[in-house]
Design a protein around this ligand. Structure first.
Ligand SMILES: *Cc1c(COP(=O)(O)O)cnc(C)c1O
Length: 355
């Protein structure tokens, strides 16, 4: 049976990226060697990382003066590298969920942290809008898509201080005005590649302003200088990322991707709103296009496990909601076809008819 992969992360990747990675694992470029067996500095691999950087720049329309890096350690290591490199005295954070909270916690090790607003009291079901960013902060940190709670910032915000964003779960889902950001980062395993590579887009001129000593590996300038080759980069996930980026380009880039993501989200949210058995958990204006969270209405609450089993029997995978929200979460990342969303909607309709 065809599986419909709604996993939140690691998650669905384009089939072509998986197939081409599989080929490269067996025999890379007809070299008779696996991509896992060659030097990251070889003439075969260098074009891979170079093209991946170029496609990042092209697809996101990254202005001059920014570097694109491929690092290890996940988005979680960035929670520490960001303050290490940018926090001199004070930083501002918008607390919109578990990941935002983890980023904020780490920054406190480096200086004063102002939580400009938090939606914690409402179990992060919305994104606060009325807040003041202190103009003396070294930077303002946001999480553009809250993977666990299903809320998303739908526009690039204006910040009076350098803006830094964790875009782990919505990178490449829509066009972004990179010029508004000092830095954008994320783990690749939601929308780009298998786990193991972290992307960083950073404005070069903002680095080198803190007075503390930074360990070599944690200093962005090290990786800029060596083109992400200071140490061995995660070769295989970078290769898959390149294949995903090629796929994105072949489809027409991020405007097209955004259109597709909007259509998928619209399809699922309208069924959630129409179907008497279900309700969405996030504030309507902040609903994520990537992670769609919903629960059973109170009078049907005891049917949750049954719906879960019913959906599984129809080939749905990864629908169980995160424990901090409960219910269901359908991750609708770039690679998820609209047919899978339609299959889930059909499943919800059929379940409704049973009761
Ligand atoms: C998954 C996720 C993370 C954690 O990423 P790791 O690569 O596992 O460290 C951080 N932020 C957001 C928004 C995420 O979705």
């Amino acid at each position: 049976m065809k599986k419909h992969n709604f996993n939140a992360g690691p998650s669905i990747l384009p089939q072509i990226a998986i197939e081409n990675t599989a080929k490269a694992v067996i025999d890379f470029n007809g070299s008779g060697l696996s991509i896992m067996e060659i030097s990251h500095r070889s003439k075969d691999f260098e074009p891979v990382i170079n093209e991946a950087v170029e496609l990042f720049k092209e697809l996101l329309d990254i202005p001059a003066g920014y570097s694109v890096l491929f690092l290890g350690g996940g988005a979680s290591l960035q929670f520490c590298m960001v303050p290490y490199n940018f926090l001199e005295k004070k930083a501002a954070y918008l607390n919109t969920g578990t990941w935002a909270g983890k980023a904020l916690k780490e920054a406190k090790l480096f200086g004063e942290v102002v939580e400009v607003a938090s939606s914690k009291a409402a179990n992060f079901n919305f994104i606060p809008k009325d807040y003041v960013i202190p103009t003396d902060a070294d930077y303002f940190h946001v999480t553009t898509n809250n993977t666990i709670f299903g809320t998303e910032l739908h526009a690039d915000i204006d910040s009076p201080v350098p803006l830094i964003a964790d875009m782990s779960s919505d990178i490449f889902s829509r066009p972004v005005d990179v010029s508004k950001y000092a830095m954008i980062y994320g783990g690749a395993q939601k929308n780009l590649a298998p786990a193991g590579v972290t992307f960083v887009i950073v404005k070069d001129e903002l680095l080198g302003k803190v007075s503390r000593a930074i360990p070599t590996m944690l200093d962005y300038r090290t990786h800029i200088k060596d083109g992400s080759m200071f140490n061995t980069p995660p070769v295989l996930p970078i290769y898959t990322a390149l294949e995903t980026l090629r796929w994105l380009k072949s489809l027409g880039g991020l405007k097209e991707m955004q259109k597709r993501n909007q259509a998928k989200a619209e399809l699922l949210y309208s069924e959630i709103d129409r179907n008497k058995m279900f309700k969405g958990t996030a504030a309507v204006e902040d609903r994520s296009l990537m992670n769609i969270c919903f629960v059973m209405n109170d009078e049907y609450k005891e049917l949750e496990t049954e719906f879960q089993a019913f959906a599984s029997s129809k080939g749905m995978v990864g629908l169980k909601g995160h424990r901090s929200v409960g219910g269901f979460r359908a991750a609708c990342y770039n690679a998820l076809p609209i047919e899978s969303v339609q299959a889930l909607v059909d499943c919800m309709k059929e379940f409704e008819q049973k009761y």
